[in-house]
Design a protein around this ligand. Structure first.
Ligand code: G3I
Length: 372
C-alpha cells in the first residue's frame, strides 16, 4: 500500500527506482513509519470537519500517509459531545472512528475532563451535579469507545497559575465540586470503567525557559507526586509542547526535566507539538527555515528521553492549525499567516517535515508505544 502511494507521488523514473528497492526501504518514507521503526508512535490531531472542506481529500490522504495515531482535536470535547444538558452528540466522534478504521489508524481521545472550553450549561451546575457529571461522562464515553480508543487524556490542563489557587490549580466546575481530588477521581473512574487503556495527564506550557515555564514545570511535578502518593492510576504524562518563538527556550534543560518526570515512573507523550512563528522575521521561506530549526533543536534533545513513547503534532498543515484559525478571526485581512506545521496550505512538505524526519532517524530506539 505504502509503496503504491509513493509510486503515484514520485512518478516516472523515480517510481521505477522506488519499485526496485527492497520492501523495507520503501516503507520508511513516512514519519509514521520512521517513528515506528524506532518504537515511537507518530501522529497528529485531526478534525473531521476538515474533511468537508474543498481540500478534504488531500487532508485525509496526508493523515493516511504520515500518521499512525490520530488525536481528536474537537470530537471528544464536552462542548461537542454535550452541547446541551440533555443531549449527547456522538456523530463527530463516530465519524472520526470511521476514518481511523478505514485507514487502520490508532486513536487518542482528547479529552475527558477539562475545566476549560465547557458549554455554558456546565458552568451553571452545582457541585453535586458537577460531580455526578464527571462520573457519568467518563463512564459513558469510555463504555462506548474503549475498544477503539487506546489512549486518553483523562484530565487536560489542570494547572492555571493565573487563577492564584493552591497548587496553581486551574479553576472550573470540577475543581469547585471536588477540589484537587477531581483529578485522582477521574483516573480511578477511567481505570475502573476500562482497564487496560493508557491513561494520560496532559499539561501545557511546561517547555519555555522563563518564569512561566518554571511555574508550570514545578506545579505539574508537585501535582504528579501528590497523585502518585494517592495511588491515582496514571500511566503517562502528556506534554503539549506548543512552542512559541516569542519565548526563550533551553531544550537540553527541558529534556532533563522530562527525564526527571519519567524517572517517577511514567511514560511521556509529546501531545500537541507545533511552532508558533509569530516572532520570527523574514519572508515565508526564511520563517519556514527558522521553524524547521526549532523543530530540529527541540526534537533532537527531547527524543533522547527513551520514555517518550508518542509524538503527536497539533494538526499537520498550516491552514488547519488553531493558530491560523485564531489569526484569521483576529485579523481577517492580514497578508502574513502563521506557518507552524510540517505541511503548507497546499499540502506540500515543508522544511519542518525534514527536520522531524531527521530527528526520528537520529533518535535512539525505544520499546514500542502502547497505542491500539
Ligand atoms: O467550527 C466552528 C465554526 O463552525 C463556528 O462558526 C465558530 C464560531 O466561533 O467556531 C468554530 O469552532 C471553533 C473550533 O475550534 C474549530 O475551529 C471554536 O470556536 C474554537 O473554540 C475551537 O478551538 C479549539 C480549542 O482547542 C478549544 O476547543 C481549537 O480548534 C483547538 O485546536 C484547541 O486545542 C487546544 C487543546 O484542546 C488543548 N491544548 C491547547 C490547544 C490549542 O489551543
Amino acid at each position: 500500500m505504502e509503496a503504491t502511494r509513493r509510486a503515484v507521488l514520485v512518478g516516472g523514473a523515480a517510481a521505477i527506482a522506488a519499485a526496485a528497492l527492497p520492501a523495507r526501504a520503501q516503507s520508511i518514507t513516512s514519519l509514521g513509519a520512521k517513528a515506528a521503526a524506532k518504537g515511537l508512535t507518530f501522529g497528529a490531531s485531526f478534525s473531521v470537519a476538515e474533511l468537508d472542506q474543498s481540500y478534504g481529500p488531500a487532508y485525509g490522504a496526508m493523515y493516511a500517509r504520515e500518521a499512525r495515531v490520530l488525536t481528536s482535536e474537537l470530537e471528544f470535547k464536552m462542548g461537542v459531545l454535550r452541547p446541551t444538558a440533555d443531549a449527547i452528540d456522538f456523530a463527530p466522534a463516530d465519524r472520526l472512528m470511521a476514518f481511523a478504521d478505514t485507514h487502520r489508524l490508532g486513536l487518542r481521545g482528547h479529552t475527558l475532563i477539562w475545566n476549560d472550553y465547557l458549554p455554558d450549561w456546565i458552568h451553571a451546575l452545582g457541585p453535586r451535579e458537577a460531580e455526578d457529571l464527571l462520573e457519568a461522562h467518563i463512564v459513558t464515553v469510555l463504555e462506548r469507545y474503549k475498544d477503539r480508543v487506546g489512549s486518553w487524556d483523562v484530565v487536560n490542563e489542570p494547572i492555571g497559575p493565573w487563577d492564584r489557587l493552591p497548587g496553581n490549580l486551574r479553576k472550573g466546575p470540577f475543581l469547585t465540586a471536588l477540589g484537587e481530588d477531581y483529578i485522582a477521581r477521574s483516573f480511578e473512574i477511567a481505570r475502573r470503567t476500562a482497564p487496560g487503556l493508557e491513561l494520560v495527564l496532559n499539561e501545557a506550557q511546561t517547555e519555555s525557559d522563563d518564569e512561566n515555564g518554571a511555574t508550570f514545570r514545578s506545579s505539574l511535578f508537585g501535582l504528579v507526586q501528590r497523585l502518585q502518593d494517592k495511588g491515582a492510576p496514571i500511566d503517562a504524562i502528556g506534554l503539549q509542547c506548543h512552542i512559541d518563538s516569542a519565548r526563550p527556550y533551553d531544550f537540553a534543560k527541558f529534556a532533563a526535566w522530562v527525564q526527571s518526570l519519567a524517572d517517577l515512573g511514567f511514560r511521556i507523550l509529546l501531545t500537541e507539538l507545533d511552532v508558533n512563528d509569530r516572532a520570527l522575521p523574514g519572508d515565508a521561506a526564511e520563517r519556514d527555515a527558522a521553524v524547521a530549526k526549532i523543530y530540529r533543536g527541540f526534537l533532537s534533545e527531547v527524543l533522547q528521553v527513551k520514555a517518550v513513547s508518542t509524538l503527536t503534532l497539533w494538526q499537520m498543515a498550516d491552514h488547519t492549525s488553531w493558530l491560523y484559525y485564531d489569526a484569521v478571526q483576529k485579523t481577517p485581512r492580514a497578508l502574513r499567516r502563521p506557518r507552524p506545521l510540517i505541511y503548507d496550505s497546499g499540502f506540500r512538505r515543508k522544511r519542518a517535515w525534514d527536520a522531524v524526519a531527521e530527528a526520528l532517524d537520529a533518535m535512539p530506539a525505544r520499546d514500542g508505544a502502547k497505542i491500539r
